[in-house]
Design a protein around this ligand. Structure first.
Ligand SMILES: C[S@@+](CC[C@H](N)C(=O)[O-])C[C@H]1O[C@@H](n2cnc3c(N)ncnc32)[C@H](O)[C@@H]1O
Length: 254
């Protein structure tokens, strides 16, 4: 058995990532601006895709952008056997199609999960047509998720190097959200992760102070997260700070 098939088998096991479910009203309040930006970028990419073009959604998951590509021929690749309707169940380092098949490739929120991103990008380069384009969105700042299959976070310099080493020319590289989105996310984390109980050994006075501090910070986190997420949708501020995600458009030279 080759190393690759063993890796594919291991990684395709379904992984339950326990995450506390938020009540509906909180989900609405935390209307994460990243989702709006993801949809906006992918919709724009889809509009620039000509009718009949062949599109690959690499690491498609639940294929949230499939609907944007109704005018094109949409195919998807993912190694998770449980995700329905994938055209190809495969590792992104080994996609079972011919060279130069796709006019457009989507790679949304996947690169951080690939143990060998360089070889996956070389494979995506192989399956892209000369003159074809790829959109990639990928986090710089985000908590660990889909554990333990979460390997990297990327700076713009790392991304540029990875894409150009694979042969792509980077046409656009920009912040996907503004800094207010990052701040909103940090406040959301403060609300979700600060503890609700204090250890018994703290003593009465210290325990009381910790309870007040943590309660106030959690409440403030909830309020500020929602406000910053809204502000991020109205005003994409990029002069200082750092983004949660980068958005890259890369092309395969003709
Ligand atoms: C965070 S999800 C993103 C899904 C989708 N692109 C989206 O934007 O909602 C990452 C996806 O990449 C897939 N994935 C991770 N590593 C992969 C690999 N080596 N080969 C194929 N798919 C992979 C996972 O199964 C998962 O569906």
């Amino acid at each position: 058995m080759t190393v690759r098939s063993d890796l594919t088998r291991r990684l395709s096991r379904p992984v339950a990532t326990p995450r506390r479910q938020l009540p509906e009203w909180k989900k609405r309040w935390f209307r994460n601006s990243s989702r709006q930006y993801l949809a906006r970028y992918n919709r724009t990419f889809a509009k620039a895709t000509k009718p009949g073009m062949l599109v690959l959604d690499a690491g498609a998951g639940r294929a949230p952008y499939r609907g944007f590509f109704k005018h094109a021929t949409y195919e998807s690749a993912d190694f998770k056997l449980l995700q329905a309707d994938q055209t190809y169940i495969c590792d992104l380092t080994d996609i079972p199609v011919e060279d130069g098949r796709y006019d457009r490739v989507l790679l949304n929120q996947v690169l951080e999960h690939l143990p060998d991103p360089a070889s996956a990008l070389r494979e995506l380069y192989r399956v892209t047509k000369p003159g074809g384009e790829l959109i990639c969105t990928v986090p710089l700042f985000y908590e660990e998720h889909q554990k333990p299959y979460d390997f990297f976070r990327y700076t713009q310099f790392g991304l540029r190097k990875l894409f150009s080493d694979a042969g792509f020319s980077v046409q656009t590289m920009e912040w996907m959200e503004g800094y207010f989105g990052t701040v909103g996310y940090q406040f959301e984390g403060m609300h979700r992760h600060l503890p609700r109980t204090v250890p018994s050994g703290l003593g009465r006075w210290r325990a009381g102070r910790a309870r007040v501090l943590l309660g106030a910070a959690r409440g403030l986190g909830l309020l500020l997260a929602g406000l910053f997420y809204r502000l991020d949708q109205e005003w994409k501020y990029t002069r200082t700070g750092y983004p949660k995600n980068f958005m890259i458009i890369a092309g395969k030279p003709r």
